[in-house]
Design a protein around this ligand. Structure first.
Ligand code: DC
Length: 221
């Protein structure tokens, strides 16, 4: 059984370092890592596979039947199948951003996130964790980074998956997604008033992870 502990909320724009930080902090503390973006991506994958659009009433039913779970490794599963590789594309990311503007999609996923994480000992990463999902989280982090640095990071990640994307295109895609995530009516990407902002532009991964671990230890005392 995982040890009880605090709830750590990590929010921030795309490629600000959330996933890497959340994963390594969770490993170091023996916490669960909950990547909420992967849940929105799972919905996008499902909708695309079934040819369901926002306009058609089937999305709500589809969502109710979908079982989104996580393996101990953090891999996300849809109806029991590991879909981590399938959701790791720019197309699915954009689609997830579009579908995340729909109220019932958010309500459904937020309810699941609260259920999985309510006992603590968890690092959740997303856009609305500190503001909406767990406004009482003991530690809230808001990661930011320079747009150019974020585009380069994401470009390298895509290259590791064998896909070359020109830096200008990458920047444009990040800007489009950020804009939608920040400007949507429901639970927009926003720093919670009591979140601690960390700029990861010139930090190493070790440094950003250590900062969050130190903060977690100081609030758990
Ligand atoms: O973190 P990510 O890039 O995998 O997220 C994909 C999209 O899902 C993101 O552009 C917006 C949406 N999302 C959200 O609205 N709320 C969250 N808590 C996490 C992701």
């Amino acid at each position: 059984m995982r040890p009880k502990g605090i709830i750590i909320a990590i929010d921030g724009p795309t490629a600000s370092g959330k996933s890497t930080t959340a994963k390594l902090v969770a490993n170091a503390l023996g916490y669960l890592h909950l990547n909420t973006g992967a849940m929105y991506r799972a919905v996008a994958l499902l909708a695309d596979k079934e040819g369901v659009t926002e306009a058609d009433g089937r999305l709500s039913d589809l969502l109710k039947q979908a079982e989104i779970t996580f393996e101990a490794t953090g891999a996300v599963c849809l109806n029991g199948r590991n879909i981590s590789a399938d959701i790791d594309s720019l197309e699915i990311a954009l689609r997830a951003s579009e579908l995340s503007t729909i109220g019932f999609v958010r309500e459904h996923l937020v309810e699941r996130q609260r259920k999985i994480a309510r006992d603590g000992g968890v690092v959740l990463e997303g856009r609305d964790i500190g503001t909406v999902v767990f406004p009482d989280a003991e530690l809230k982090i808001f990661l930011v980074a320079d747009p150019a640095a974020r585009a380069v990071r994401r470009q390298h990640e895509m290259e590791e998956h064998g896909r070359h994307i020109a830096i200008e295109e990458m920047k444009a895609q990040l800007a489009e997604r950020d804009k939608r995530d920040r400007e949507r009516k429901l639970s927009p990407l926003k720093k919670a008033d009591d979140a601690i902002e960390i700029d990861t532009t010139s930090l190493s991964i070790e440094e950003q992870v250590q900062k969050v671990i130190d903060l977690a230890r100081s609030v758990s005392k």
